[in-house]
Design a protein around this ligand. Structure first.
Ligand SMILES: O=c1ccn([C@@H]2O[C@H](COP(=O)(O)OP(=O)(O)O[C@H]3O[C@H](CO)[C@@H](O)[C@H](O)[C@H]3O)[C@@H](O)[C@H]2O)c(=O)[nH]1
Ligand SMILES: [Mn+2]
Length: 731
């Protein structure tokens, strides 16, 4: 920075040297392993042994490729530190840039409006000049319930914001604050506010339960007119004109203590069943345009509706990097990790996503910067308009990132223009979604957008303070977790096999290591191929007395041991290094196997089906509703199945096959007493059984509602019999 106290610094992680050395050794091991497969292949005489060796070869090639992509995150990890306490020494508070905050919600029944307004309130209460903040809510659910909740939030904000400011509260999400032990200091006032909050919450929940805003809750003619828009004949969430409401005009409205308030704008973009709306990316682009004509702040923060702010100083941390764009003109965005509240102790579904949200971004931070993960990201508005040196102009001057807004946000002309910009077919014949704004073409618009921005030359920074900047909800049932992963899998493959594939395009624009980092995600779903093969082939071969791995006494066996233990140990080491625990790592590797057998596999299949024109996929919003009984089981660490789903069949079948082959394998071992021959397969079957423990429990031992339905159990037993019987006939 030159002058003044430092705002940020970084250091290389000490593990870098070890990581690089280990990578070299491991590459040699992989080469040897592949050589061994070819050797075996050349000695194979029967069709069966050729087929088995080939499938192992393919599996190991895929695992090797994925290992290489994982390793790219380990080559130059850096840790950053920011000094927000120094910010006001170099930048006057009145010179802080304005910020437009985008919150997306899509379904009042899966994303309860009370939670959405909690997120909004936590962000409105940022420790930042309120007149510089504008919060825009995108309601893709097109629901009066959400709008009603926000109208209520406006009144509550007038008490909540000054309360947080005057008492220097850290938890500025009301729900989090009132349910924590911390609200001791401002006792009396806090109790009063809590009562007001509770009554608002009841009102909002009541309205959601009824499914409509009852007439007593409508305060005046203006509100009645607004709600009537949702009740015109033909109005549906997927078919309606744009609705834009300025709920707080910061220039006029004051809080209870007479201070200014942030702007709050509700936007439900226009939709038409015949016009593609591009899901969240489409919603964000509408917000980009609407906010451009209303406030056009140079900084844009995107937030999922469940990701509330957990630290009021977060925007100042971001400012430490972007307060002076001329210092690093290519810096495009600052990504904070997604962190979650309410994870159970050992994180049975791997909901922490330690690698995705922490370890990998740290790795990319030392290169061109982390990928964008959809929430908790401060962008410079300029990034949505072409690369750092080649600006792409929008169709009207009002949308340019350097356009200065002069009219007040409630002026009629501006509101009219905003509605026009939110029309469902506004984007026809424009560059939105392709060269401008968030990019279309993938269900993981975040990954795809970040990737394209970085290809254009934008850099990014990972900001990972020890107090989480944002906290969100995790799926607490297996079906939710795997459905989410399946959506991601499809979206990632859409990028992986597009003309922008990271392997080629990414490497060309960002270098091979960055290309590999992005390829890592794009090809996540192909992990399902080796996982499926290793979950069935060694076990079924064992059942039929076919031994497919080197004997324990054979030196090649050591190679297998090294490759397996090496990968697992380094994986575990990463987990511990980034502050997680051994048990969480263990559950994470189990969920990795589950994903390979279920969402990655189905994602791959659906992606192919889509390409053959058989099916098409939408964005299935993850439910954020917490069923009490389900939450209880989650807290106890029980895996929640509960419903019958084809997604569970491969894993249930694999667990039965493993168990069966382990038992038969042990019997074989006792009868022929040649452990060294079958040890490899026995180990894999045993490893499968160990990992399947929660599945057996849920099939047989449990009686609660989260157990595996009998239908699933029977279907998977039938499948297992078919598979083993079929193999018996063939082999
Ligand atoms: O048509 C849609 C669909 C979704 N959303 C919003 O998108 C956000 C993310 O949806 P969610 O169901 O929570 O998906 P997750 O899989 O949990 O989200 C992750 O993955 C998404 C991409 O698949 C990213 O957009 C998210 O930022 C990232 O947190 C939510 O706020 C939704 O309201 C919309 O606004 N419009
Ligand atoms: Mn989410």
């Amino acid at each position: 920075m030159g002058l003044g106290p430092p705002l940020h610094t970084y250091k290389h992680m000490p593990c870098t040297v070890f990581n690089r050395l280990f990578a070299i050794i491991y590459i040699c091991a992989i080469v040897a392993l592949i050589y061994h497969h070819f050797l075996t292949l050349s000695h194979s005489t029967t069709f069966i042994s050729v087929a088995i060796t080939t499938s192992l070869l393919i599996s190991d090639l895929i695992l090797a490729f994925m290992w290489a992509t994982t390793t790219s995150f380990r080559l130059r990890p850096i840790l950053r530190q920011v000094f927000p306490e120094n910010l006001e020494k170099v930048l006057d508070r009145k010179d802080f840039p304005a910020m437009d905050i985008f919150i997306c919600t899509a379904d009042p029944y899966k994303e309860p409006p009370i939670n959405v307004i909690n997120t909004a309130l936590s962000l409105m209460a940022y420790d930042y000049p309120p007149e510089k903040i504008s919060v825009y809510v995108s309601d893709d659910g097109g629901s009066e319930l959400t709008l009603f909740a926000f109208m209520e939030a406006v009144n509550f904000a007038k008490i909540w914001l000054p309360f947080c400011r005057d008492n220097n509260i850290m938890d500025r999400c009301p729900e989090a604050y009132f349910s924590s032990e911390r609200h001791g200091r401002a006792e009396l006032e806090s109790e009063e506010i809590k009562a007001i909050y509770e009554s608002m919450k009841m009102k909002v929940e009541n309205v959601v339960e009824r499914g409509e805003v009852c007439p007593d809750y409508i305060m005046n003619e203006l509100q009645r007119q607004t709600f009537n828009k949702y009740r015109t004949p033909g109005f549906a969430r997927s078919h309606h004109p744009p609705i834009i409401q300025v709920l707080i005009d910061g220039a006029k409205e004051k809080d209870k203590k007479g201070h200014s308030m942030p702007n709050l704008v509700y936007v439900s973009r226009g939709k038409n069943i015949n016009v593609p709306h591009h899901f969240k990316a489409g919603a964000l682009n509408t917000l980009l345009r609407v906010s451009a004509v209303l406030t056009n702040a140079p900084i844009v923060l995107t937030q999922d509706c469940d990701m509330y702010s957990n630290d009021p100083h977060t925007p100042k941390r971001a400012l430490c990097y972007i307060s002076n764009p001329s210092v690093r003109p290519q810096l495009g965005y600052i990504q904070f990790p997604q962190r979650y509240h309410g994870l159970n102790k050992d994180d049975i579904y791997g909901g922490e996503f330690l690698r995705l949200f922490v370890a990998n971004p740290v790795g990319m931070d030392g290169l061109q910067g982390p990928s964008y993960v959809g929430s908790g990201c401060f962008f410079r508005r300029r990034v949505f308009f072409g690369g750092p040196t080649s600006m792409v102009l929008p169709e009207i001057p009002e949308l340019r990132p350097d356009y200065v807004v002069e009219k007040p946000i409630t002026s009629e002309a501006i509101i009219e223009l905003a509605h026009h910009l939110g029309e469902c077919n506004y984007e026809n014949n424009t560059k939105w979604g392709f060269e401008l704004g968030f990019r279309y073409g993938s269900l993981v618009e975040d990954y795809f957008t970040g990737y394209r921005l970085q290809c254009e030359g934008w850099e990014s920074v990972f900001c990972h303070p020890s107090r989480p900047a944002f906290l969100g909800d995790v799926p607490i049932s297996l079906i939710d977790a795997v459905s989410q992963t399946k959506r991601w899998a499809i979206g990632l493959l859409e990028v992986g096999f597009s003309k922008y594939t990271p392997m080629i395009s990414g490497s060309r624009y960002m270098g091979h290591v960055m290309g590999l980092c992005y390829a890592h995600y794009a090809f996540w779903p192909i992990w399902s191929i080796p996982i499926v093969i290793y979950s069935f082939i060694p076990q079924i071969a064992l059942l039929n007395g076919l031994y497919i791995f080197p004997e324990v006494t054979n030196p090649w066996f050591l190679l297998y041991v090294f490759v397996f233990l090496g990968a697992y140990a380094q994986d575990c080491y990463d987990f511990i290094l980034f502050g997680s625990t051994f048990k969480r790592w263990w559950n994470d590797q189990r969920i990795w196997l589950i994903k390979g057998l279920s969402p990655y596999l189905f994602g791959l299949a659906e992606y192919i089906a889509k390409h053959l024109g058989i099916a098409s996929q939408g964005f299935n919003v993850t439910s954020k509703v917490q069923d009490d009984e389900q939450s209880k089981r989650y807290d106890q660490g029980l895996m929640e199945f509960g419903v019958h789903s084809v997604m569970f069949l491969p894993l249930a079948t694999a667990s039965i096959v493993s168990l069966f082959s382990l038992v038969v394998g042990i019997i074989q071992m006792l009868s022929i007493w040649e452990v060294e021959k079958l040890f490899g397969q026995l180990f894999i079957a045993g490893f499968g059984v160990l990992n399947s423990w929660p599945i057996y429990e849920a099939m047989i031992l449990r009686s609660d509602k989260g157990r595996i339905p009998i239908k699933t159990t029977i279907s998977s037993i039938c499948l297992a019999i078919l598979l083993c019987g079929g193999a018996f006939l063939v082999l």
